[in-house]
Design a binder for this molecule. Structure first.
Ligand code: ATP
Ligand code: MG
Ligand code: MG
Ligand code: MG
Length: 475
């Protein structure tokens, strides 16, 4: 049976043999796109190449790209622990054509890799595909050239064929390159709950999307109209953990070799024996995103990228606490993680010490308030009658005990209780207002500088005044 490391390498070798340049994964912090929270797809590092603003010496590329989907547009944090197929951190295998080949080759390549005897050799009858509702070109390639039976080619979007979903059209932004997708699904068998893409049960884990092939075909203009791109391109993404699950004959990503070993090590570090425990999977998932984010330069903080990282760390620590971890444990998983990531671990290996130290400090800090916060939460949960925790309590947990909102929601979800998010946000807003007001009084103006007649200004003007005062102090 092929290991995850072998599968990653086989993918790159296959596309190398088809004339693709093997390009290294880029950082999780996108260097060329301030609108993007974290790298969440293989194409991110090639955005400017697709836009024609950057030229490369090659027109075909292949990568195994580390991705994080937590926070931002694609947020899979809440799926972790609940589906067999979503992670906060995963590797996306991709092949790219920059104005080189288009639909025909992209589809033939994908099929050859998935079903070819020397390659993944998957049983063809287990595969089904979707195309965008109006994309007859892709439909005909699948039907006539590849020979997929019609009932296994599902048109998605535009309410034609499959009315439940319409996400088979990809776009980079409100304007710019866009085009139809064709996705490949694997049927794990009728012993698992779930329906084919486009059906009401598609959220189950039976039919799992393994590969998305995007045909960048149009340029969307600011008036919403689309013009054909002179040189259409291809962008694809296949989840390494999902294809590994298929090739290793397991339904859940958490049962592949990489995760099995990581989960065993996590259980050992924490000191529990039940390897099926859901919290172990959550922790094994979270150490990957946290360790790689820090290795790529993100530090825990109270805003932006750093706050997403902090939220993931605290969730992991809470799950460790639930398993009865007696001492600081999370940083001890960095070494086992490096071992299972093999060739994808280099950035982490380089920064191992800093990553461990950062995780350790962050966990120690959170442990000071975790237990008391959980106690308060338990007391409140007992009182609940309408299955909803109030925003006030969620805010108190946040403000006094350092519980990110989604951590509280995660605890509550285990007990089928929701949290009043709007109420929480109102408390946050009130606090912001209060702190803006109190900021204005944090310096005693009267004894430092005379601001005669100016103190009646309120709001942002007062902030400007404050900035001037600070600037004077700093001189
Ligand atoms: P899904 O519908 O399952 O959430 P997606 O359509 O959001 O997946 P794409 O944006 O098309 O995913 O990404 C390309 C591929 O990356 C997917 O086909 C899948 O194999 C993989 N992938 C996407 N999200 C995740 C995730 N959170 N964890 C693991 N693999 C993922
Ligand atoms: Mg998704
Ligand atoms: Mg999808
Ligand atoms: Mg998709």
């Amino acid at each position: 049976m092929k290991s995850t490391a072998e599968i990653r390498q086989m993918f790159l070798d296959f596309f190398h043999s088809k004339g693709h340049e093997v390009v290294a994964s880029s950082s999780l912090v996108p260097h060329n796109d301030p609108t993007l929270l974290f790298t969440n797809a293989g194409m991110n590092q090639f955005k400017d190449v697709f836009l024609g603003m950057d030229k490369r010496s090659y027109s075909r590329a292949t990568t195994a790209q580390r991705c994080v989907r937590a926070g931002g547009k694609h947020n899979d944090l809440d799926n972790v622990g609940y589906t067999a197929r979503h992670h906060t951190f995963f590797e996306m295998l991709g092949n790219f054509s920059f104005g080189d080949y288009f639909k025909r080759d992209a589809i033939h390549f994908a099929w050859e890799l998935l079903t070819g005897e020397g390659w993944f050799n998957l049983p063809k009858e287990r595969l089904l595909v979707t195309v965008y509702a109006t994309d007859d070109e892709a439909y005909n390639i699948w039907a006539n050239e590849i020979g997929i039976p019609q009932e296994k080619i599902i048109r998605i979007g535009d309410n034609k064929g499959a009315p439940y979903a319409s996400d088979n059209f990809w776009q980079m932004g409100d304007t710019g390159p866009c085009g139809p997708c064709s996705e490949i699904f694997y049927d794990h068998g009728n012993h698992i709950w779930g329906g084919p893409p486009g059906s009401p049960e598609e959220d189950g884990d039976r039919f799992i999307e393994i590969w998305n092939i995007v045909f960048m075909q149009f340029n969307r203009l600011s008036d919403g109209s689309m013009e054909p791109l002179p040189k259409p391109s291809v962008d694809t993404g296949m989840g390494l953990e999902r294809i590994s699950a298929v090739l290793q004959h397991v339904n859940s990503n958490y049962e592949i070799d990489l995760f099995k070993t990581l989960i065993q090590n996590t259980a050992k570090v924490i000191g529990i024996s039940d390897l099926q425990n859901k919290s172990l999977r959550v922790i094994a998932d979270h150490i990957r995103s946290c360790a790689f984010l820090i290795a790529d330069g993100v530090l825990p903080s109270n805003e932006g990228r750093g706050y997403v990282l902090r939220r993931i760390i605290r969730r992991a620590v809470r799950h460790g606490h639930m398993l009865g971890a007696k001492e600081v444990f999370f940083y001890k998983l960095v070494q086992p993680l490096i071992c299972v990531m093999e060739s994808a671990a280099s950035q982490l290996t380089k920064n191992q010490k800093q990553v461990e130290e950062t995780l350790k400090v962050e966990e120690e800090q959170f442990l000071k308030t975790l237990e008391r916060g959980l106690l308060l939460l338990d007391q409140e949960l007992i009182k609940i009658t309408d299955n909803q925790l109030s925003g006030d309590i969620a805010f108190k947990l946040y403000d006094t005990y350092g519980f990110p909102f989604d951590l509280t929601a995660d605890v509550c979800r285990e007990k089928n209780i929701t949290v009043d998010e709007a109420g929480f946000n109102r408390c946050m807003e009130q606090q912001r207002r209060r702190s803006r007001e109190s900021d204005n009084f944090s310096v005693d103006y009267s004894t430092t500088i005379q601001f005669d007649g100016q103190t009646e200004f309120l709001g942002y003007e007062q902030d400007e005044l404050m900035a001037t005062v600070v600037a004077i102090f700093q001189q």
